[in-house]
Ligand binder design. Structure first.
Ligand code: SF4
Ligand code: SF4
Length: 109
């Protein structure tokens, strides 16, 4: 299991989650850092942060810190944001785990 960041993070990117993650597994998009300048750039561009699925230890510390409720355990991601499961995996070049159904919508984006 892993936690997943979803749509409400886009353009918010306030990094509250990063500050509490004990294993530093929450990352900006490629080409960005967490510097104040890049954070401002991420907001302007509607970018979001991503949780590395293989580094996350499922502690849940990030979830209540998010001001826009963008973070969910992967098995509780709301239907309308299921595609973000694949989006988080793809950020790190990782395939979805074998127990995911390849016919499900979140593979098609
Ligand atoms: S669940 Fe824990 S380990 Fe995973 S991203 Fe959130 S704070 Fe980090
Ligand atoms: S706390 Fe929420 S909005 Fe802020 S960076 Fe993390 S997931 Fe995005």
């Amino acid at each position: 299991m892993t936690y997943i960041i979803t749509q409400p993070c886009e353009g918010v990117c306030n990094t509250s989650c990063v500050e509490v993650c004990p294993v530093d597994c929450i990352y900006p998009p490629p080409g960005f850092t967490l510097s104040p300048e890049d954070k401002a750039r991420m907001k302007t561009q509607g970018a979001m942060l991503y949780i590395h699925p293989e580094e996350c230890i499922d502690c849940g510390a990030c979830e209540p810190e998010c001001p826009v409720n963008a973070i969910f355990p992967d098995d509780e991601v709301p239907e309308k944001w299921k595609e973000y499961i694949a989006i988080n995996y793809q950020r790190f070049g990782l395939p979805l785990p074998d127990d995911r159904d390849p016919e499900e919508d979140f593979f098609e984006f």
